[in-house]
Design a protein around this ligand. Sequence first.
Ligand SMILES: Nc1ncnc2c1ncn2[C@@H]1O[C@H](COP(=O)(O)OP(=O)(O)OP(=O)(O)O)[C@@H](O)[C@H]1O
Length: 306
Amino acid sequence: MQTAIKFENVNKSYGKLQALAEINLNIKQGEFFGLLGPNGAGKSTLIGILGGLVNKDSGQITVLDKDIIANYRETKKSLGIVPQEITFDPYFTVRETLAIQSGYFGIKDNSDKIDELLQALSLEDKADIGPRQLSGGMKRRLLIAKALVHDPEIIVLDEPTAGVDVELRNSLWEYVLQLNEQGKTIILTTHYLEEAEALCDRIAILDQGRVVKVDSKENLINSIDKKVVQIKFATQTSQLESRLADFDFKIAAAGKEIEIETAKADLNKLLKIVNKFEAEVVDINIESAKLEDVFIKLTNLGGADN
Ligand SMILES: Nc1ncnc2c1ncn2[C@@H]1O[C@H](COP(=O)(O)OP(=O)(O)OP(=O)(O)O)[C@@H](O)[C@H]1O
């Protein structure tokens, strides 16, 4: 598979603060790639450098094998970057904004693509009003449409669903998944980890300007040896504390519900103990680790020593 974007030894400091340190990433064409990290990890700085809005101190970035500095205009056409910050010219309507943006890429009549975007992002009935009259979530959708007017091969979404309601979030993901199925490369930053878990093939976790891990979503989740077992009993069970002393557990509903955290290897031992309880089990639910567990373990949110 061809490389969509390659970051090689990218560094960026703001005064004494090293926002990015030796970033190396290789994103393949057609991937749905997640760029995750806590606030201040350096995600927007990296995207800013990619989009030519921030100057890197050193390193190289190529888009479809072309250096982004030496081939600025060409690589810009391959990228559709949806920034985190919302800014529009207030004098133009939604449709005009999209037509003007098309003009920047030399596209004269782009009405078919603009209609497709207005429909996909549920902005059809807002086409002839100005950005000032749009709600926050609608402005964000216009920002997404604006980044896609030139039908770029690589789509970078920096926190696209912040402030967007659930229904539109779902329709937005449906559209983005459709674009991904057509072969477009998608790079997503989000603080909604369940969203990244549902959508991304591969994920890079950034923390304090460094890439702390890059792997497939499956490998990342499987690296956490954890099962959470929730059991509901018909009646109260006695001596829970002493019987479950080897496990991490919480008791609720006056002893009728328990939640136990266990390593996979101890699941059998746990179920054997539960089987000996005098109370009847009415419900049992076993959850595996989530991307959130990986994120907490690998970033400073979990107190990891990076
Ligand atoms: N223009 C700037 N001048 C000085 N420091 C900056 C500038 N832009 C970003 N920073 C700092 O660089 C670091 C990385 O910021 P960045 O916005 O890239 O993080 P992020 O991962 O996108 O965070 P968030 O999830 O909050 O959007 C932060 O410590 C931030 O304060």
